[in-house]
Ligand binder design. Structure first.
Ligand SMILES: Nc1ncnc2c1ncn2[C@@H]1O[C@H](COP(=O)(O)OP(=O)(O)OP(=O)(O)O)[C@@H](O)[C@H]1O
Length: 617
């Protein structure tokens, strides 16, 4: 029992906390050294409002100075009274004292408002940079993280930075200043008494160091655990249907409880251990107070110092420990903010999509001739096998290319390389004879459109969703595209027509209807190159025919790459690329491939012949 209680005090953080919540091998100690770097970077953001910040800091200096003046006036008043008044009116001192305190309050009120303004602007910029950065990061970044975890950085972590900048930053600065000022005045008044007050300082420093070495990693861990929890919440909410369908609610709740518990533990220990700081300060405070009062009293009796000096000193000794107490209290928020800022900067430091080469051009018009020459690619550099190996083929403008092959053969990967979500390790991909890495990504992608199996639709009206293909399209053009895609008739039957609002991810219409909208969106985009991932799920025959018709119209005059599952589509293809385990083993049209009697003909005989709708994955 005792061993368990002492656990957190022996390790920088409890074992139970280290072992929970994923992401093993954490080394918070090493990271803790980056704090000065994190603060430095935060300062770069703050420094954008240097002038106002300087004004605020000046006000802090002024208000701290006024606060220092108070006790001094009090001491002068007491000595004056004890010396018989000397004709100086008491009222004057009291009025002076009142003005000093009122002025100090007014100035701190103003400085607070301005600091909030600076803090809000800083966080506004930080949040903006983070969001833009997220949109410049390559696809693999998202593959490695849960969305909720990323969300947590944009929301929770930024919020932590915000609340600290709002209130704690000024308080910390003001405390440091008050501390420096108080110490100076104390030294001037009585070096001996100052020394007595200072006796407790090494103890305070040691105590603070001991505590923060334990809490720092815990605050960081809490932020990390919170990120994991948010990731888990996001994933389980978006996977609600599957969780319910497989009756996994209990398991999900149990796992949530474990993750929630990890946060409870890291939060509990971080708060509990930091909670010692004010207690420790208070105890040491009282000790220094007793020393100053006791020894100061003796000195006063002996006549070495005046009673006024003792009163001023006691007052300053209290002022000296107050900023220390404030610092101790602000420590929690500061640690939490540093942990948050570190996580934000971590994302800001991520490598972006490799930049467009300096000579990269923007293509206005493209014919649509695509060629792969000896393209080799692997997702994982350390992985032994290549996902795609030495792929070479050519697609002429307007040709329809069908990609076939068993699951995991590399069909999707080939498309991802063409859209430059990844770049090949070896070989080149050309568009109209030009290496695609010499074309800006924006321009390359503007000539391509995608109709995928689960075409993503946004929350918004049907009209807005189609217009996503080309933002400057008129209403008439949107309707024209919908007509060509065979989507118009179903939209027309809806009560709100084109103004019907779709829910998250296009909720509110059927799977087939979503496909029709995706086709309309692609028609509106009018791309030279088209990527289609044929739906494998069965859609009713009428919708299916409509989709096929829409696709036929969409493909006319465009180079199309179709990850094909239907025999009809494959048969119509000008060129079929047969992939197997990352290699392009056969290419040609349906008849010539059948004549070859190779893998395609095996696939055809084994699977396609049985059914018109399955590829027999
Ligand atoms: N993001 C990724 N990171 C690492 N490996 C990946 C990634 N995506 C796919 N792979 C691997 O690359 C290989 C090819 O996958 P790809 O998705 O291209 O196959 P596919 O032919 O499109 O399969 P399917 O027909 O099932 O969609 C597979 O072995 C897969 O496990």
């Amino acid at each position: 029992m005792l061993k368990a209680l002492l656990e957190p005090f022996r390790h920088p953080y409890p074992r139970s906390v280290i072992d929970q919540g994923g992401g093993g091998g954490r080394k918070p100690k090493a990271k803790a050294k980056n704090w000065s770097g994190t603060l430095g970077r935060l300062w770069q953001y703050l420094a954008k409002r240097k002038a106002k910040l300087a004004l605020v800091l000046l006000m802090v200096v002024f208000s701290s100075g006024l606060a220092l003046l108070g006790p001094y006036l009090l001491g002068v008043a007491v000595d004056d009274y004890l010396e018989g008044g000397g004709g100086r009116p008491w009222v004057l001192f009291l009025t002076g004292l009142g003005l000093v305190y009122a002025g100090s309050s007014l100035i701190s009120w103003l400085q607070n408002i301005w600091m909030i303004e600076i803090a809000q602007e800083t966080v506004y910029r930080l949040r903006g940079d983070l969001f833009s950065k997220l949109h410049r990061l390559p696809i693999p970044f998202y593959g490695k993280r849960q969305q909720g975890e990323i969300m947590s950085r944009v929301t929770n972590d930024i919020e932590n930075v915000s609340s600290t900048l709002n209130s704690s930053a000024i308080q910390i600065f003001s405390s440091v200043l008050t501390l420096a000022g108080t110490v100076t005045v104390m030294l001037l008044l009585s070096p001996l008494l100052t020394l007595l007050t200072f006796l407790v300082v090494p103890l305070m420093a040691l105590g603070m160091r001991w505590i923060t070495r334990r809490t720092g990693p815990l605050y960081k861990q809490r932020q990390r655990d919170l990120g994991h929890l948010n990731g888990y919440i996001e994933e389980t909410l978006s996977g609600q249907r599957i969780i319910k369908a497989f009756s996994q609610e209990e398991r999900v709740i149990r796992e949530f409880r474990e993750r929630n518990d990890a946060i409870r533990q890291s939060g509990f220990w971080a708060q509990t251990i930091s909670g010692f700081i004010p207690k420790l300060m208070n105890a040491l405070n009282n000790l220094s107070f007793a020393l100053v009062a006791g020894i100061g009293g003796v000195l006063a009796i002996r006549g070495t110092v005046t009673i006024g000096v003792i009163i001023v000193f006691v007052e300053y000794a209290r002022q000296f420990t107050r900023p220390l107490n404030d610092l101790a209290n602000q420590w929690n928020t500061l640690l939490s903010a540093i942990a948050g800022a570190e996580r934000v900067f971590e994302v800001l430091d991520e490598e972006e999509e490799s930049g467009d080469e300096r000579e990269a051009v923007t293509l206005e018009r493209v014919k649509g001739e695509v060629a792969f020459e000896g393209v080799t690619f692997s997702y994982d550099e350390e992985d032994a096998g290549d996902t795609l190996e030495d792929i070479t083929f050519k697609a002429k403008p307007g040709e329809m290319v069908a990609l076939v092959g068993p699951t995991g053969a590399g069909k999707t990967t080939l498309i991802q390389l063409l859209s430059r979500f990844y770049d090949p390790d070896k070989g080149v991909i050309t568009l109209d004879g030009r290496d695609i890495t010499a074309i800006t990504r924006d321009s390359l992608r503007s000539h391509m459109a995608f109709v995928l199996q689960d075409s993503f639709l946004f929350q918004g009206t049907i009209r807005e969703n189609i217009r996503f293909g080309r933002l400057d399209a008129t209403d008439a053009e949107v309707e024209e595209a919908a007509k060509l895609a065979n989507a118009h008739s179903f939209i027309d039957r809806l009560a709100d027509g084109y103004d019907k609002r779709l829910g998250v991810g296009g909720e509110g219409i059927s799977q087939g209807q979503k496909q029709l909208l995706a086709i309309a969106r692609a028609i509106l985009a009018d791309p030279s190159i088209l990527v289609l991932d044929e739906a494998t799920s069965s859609i009713d025959t009428v919708t299916e025919i409509k989709i096929q018709e829409g696709l036929q119209r969409l493909m006319q005059g465009r180079t199309s790459f179709v990850i094909a599952h239907r025999l009809n589509t494959i048969r119509q293809a000008d060129k079929i690329l047969v992939l197997r385990e990352g290699r392009l083993i056969e290419q040609g049209d349906h008849d010539s491939l059948l004549r070859q009697g190779g893998f395609y003909s095996e696939l055809y005989q084994g699977h396609f012949e049985d059914s018109e709708t399955g590829q027999g994955r």
